[in-house]
Write a protein that binds this ligand. Structure first.
Ligand code: XIL
Length: 378
């Protein structure tokens, strides 16, 4: 094992406490069932994203593909070294946790929770109520509204209870709006009306009163009709005393659409309601294979400007990338002709967008002072 410079990071305080030279990068396990209260410390490189972000109390997260984590040592090392929060990319979704009605399979998600504990990371639970990746028994079944409501309550209660004490933030409701700001027609809206949203937050809170409960969506990063609609929803929920703690903006950008309109101001208005905010699924896709230089520059700018918007809003507690390696990105499978969306390349080498984030984090904790006068010239 090579000697390398590292810094000890308190899993509790989010503040880098000691710069140290240590002989081993191995993590000190800090098993705890209360993720906010761990007193364990882990050794990570002092120029890693997580170490730099800890100086300003920000968690840098990544979505994790648990199949790759199980088999790829480089992927494991980067996950542990660079990130202080993890989100299961798929393995907490309903389709995965209850493939057959009444039979739960928590195994893959449990392993990720253990990995996070061992590496001083917090877990974003993703996601409890969504229209996608539902089990076939549910989508193909015929249910009355009452039955569907009972099924949803049971799903939320059972899943949140299973992970109780191990989840920092839960994405309770995901993608409930369309881009024009109207509510997305889904199995839930169609059967239950919009009240399913408040119910979901109440049920999740009952099952784990300490978890931070988030509404999560895409195309709500900047000011616009969809963000206005979500703002209206969460303001109403707060006014009704519904236990919602935060809003997640996914941050799936594409170089062809430009940067979201007034992102910092948008995040701040949610914060002004007393909510936390988070960037939850950041990636920046572009055309492949013939990516141009301007497109690459736009990717670097988009990554770092999203981070800047978060850094400038005190209530923004985490910035999570939706995976970190182009070889494992969801983008090519979903957006024809697009890719190269992540901060590491196909060979898990850091790209310019990684260094853009690193530099932004360095600036966030203070640029070096200079006196500005040159010898012989005034
Ligand atoms: C995606 C995963 O990355 C894919 O592996 C999966 O096939 C489909 O879902 N918004 C979300 C995420 O909230 O859950 C989605 O994740 C990406 C879009």
């Amino acid at each position: 094992m090579t000697l390398r410079r590292s810094i000890l990071i308190s899993a509790l305080s989010l503040t880098a406490v000691l710069a140290a030279l240590t002989a081993t990068p191995a993590a000190t396990a800090s098993p705890t069932h209360d993720p906010g209260q761990s007193s364990g410390a882990v050794a990570v490189p002092d120029d890693s994203l997580r170490a730099l972000a800890s100086r300003v109390g920000l968690r840098i997260g990544t979505a994790v593909n648990t199949d790759v984590l199980a088999t790829n040592a480089t992927y494991q090392q980067i996950t542990a070294d660079q990130f202080s929060s993890v989100t299961p990319e798929n393995v907490m979704k309903w389709q995965v946790v209850e493939p057959t009605q009444g039979t739960y399979d928590w195994s893959a998600a449990d392993k990720l929770v253990k990995f996070a504990e061992a590496h001083g990371q917090l877990v974003r639970g993703h996601t409890l109520v969504w229209h996608s990746q539902l089990p076939t028994w549910l989508t193909a079944g015929t249910y009355t509204s009452t039955e569907l409501r009972d099924l949803l309550r049971k799903h939320i209660t059972d899943e949140v209870s299973h992970f109780k004490g191990n989840i920092w933030q839960w994405d309770v409701v995901n993608e409930a709006f369309l881009d024009d700001g109207t509510m997305r027609p889904t199995i839930w809206l169609d059967a239950l009306g919009s009240s399913y949203i408040a119910d979901a937050f109440r049920w999740a809170h009952q099952a784990d009163p300490k978890a931070l409960l988030f509404y999560n969506d895409y195309n709500i990063e900047g000011l616009g009709p969809k963000s206005d609609a979500v703002y209206g929803l969460v303001k109403d929920l707060r006014a009704q005393g519904v236990p919602i703690d935060g809003v997640g903006a996914q941050g799936h950008l594409d170089t062809k659409y430009g940067f979201p309109n007034q992102m910092r101001q948008n995040l701040q208005r949610f914060a002004d309601l007393g909510l936390k905010v988070a960037l939850t699924e950041v990636d920046v896709r572009t055309t492949v294979p013939d990516t141009t230089t301007p497109e690459k520059l736009a990717q670097n700018a988009d990554y770092s400007q999203m981070l800047e918007a978060c850094l400038l809003v005190r209530a923004c507690i985490s910035y999570t990338v939706w995976g970190f390696g182009d070889a494992f990105s969801w983008v090519p499978g979903v957006f024809a002709g697009e890719g190269s969306a992540d901060i590491y390349d196909e060979n898990l080498q850091p790209k310019a967008s990684y260094f853009a984030l690193q530099q932004t984090l360095m600036l966030a904790s203070g640029a070096p002072h200079r006196d500005g006068t040159g010898a012989g010239r005034r």
